[in-house]
Unconditional design. Structure first.
Length: 174
């Protein structure tokens, strides 16, 4: 019985790790090392409670909720005082222009996401990347629906302010 649960957990973890990592990268503003740590911590928490989690109707959604809560908890810790550099890395030499345009767009968006407060970033990722409803986002963040709506409006306005015309220029090159 225990071996069956362990195999079920390992199958789940293998199938969802990539998705969790992509979401974690967005939440951390492209910090892949922190994203890996968050995913590992999330999967560890799920393993400990897998018997209960496996009975939930949507374990993947539950895993995303644990990831977001782990991210928000990490941001509140005093030890999370590291700050990324404000400079974007150079575009690799010899890269295809469409590849470099795509990379530049991604880096620009990640940089803008990094400048949002953690809770606003979580709302944007959950609502617009994960395509969750306001209620699902509110439940994942332990916030009210009106707080999610307010954060969404403010976060999108801040992103528009940060990106300005640069996003339109990058997107028009496609």
């Amino acid at each position: 019985m225990h071996e069956d649960r362990t195999k079920e957990y390992l199958d789940f973890a293998a199938s969802r790790a990539g998705h969790l990592f992509r979401s974690a990268c967005l939440l951390t503003g492209g910090d892949t090392h922190l994203a890996e740590d968050l995913v590992q911590e999330t999967l560890g928490k799920l393993y400990v409670t897998w018997r209960r989690v496996s009975r939930v109707g949507n374990p993947a959604g539950y895993a995303q909720t644990v990831l977001v809560r782990t991210f928000l908890t990490h941001r509140r810790r005093r030890s999370s005082g590291e700050s990324p550099t404000g400079e974007l890395p150079d575009v690799p030499a010899g890269a295809d222009s469409s590849d470099s345009d795509t990379a530049l767009l991604r880096l620009t968006l990640l940089d803008a996401l990094t400048r949002l407060p953690p809770k606003d970033r979580a709302v944007v990722v959950l609502r617009y990347w994960e395509d969750r409803s306001i209620e699902e986002t509110a439940a994942a963040m332990r916030a009210s629906s009106s707080a999610v709506r307010t954060r969404s409006v403010r976060a999108l306005a801040k992103l528009r302010e940060l990106l300005g015309d640069s996003l339109a220029e990058l997107v028009s090159t496609y």
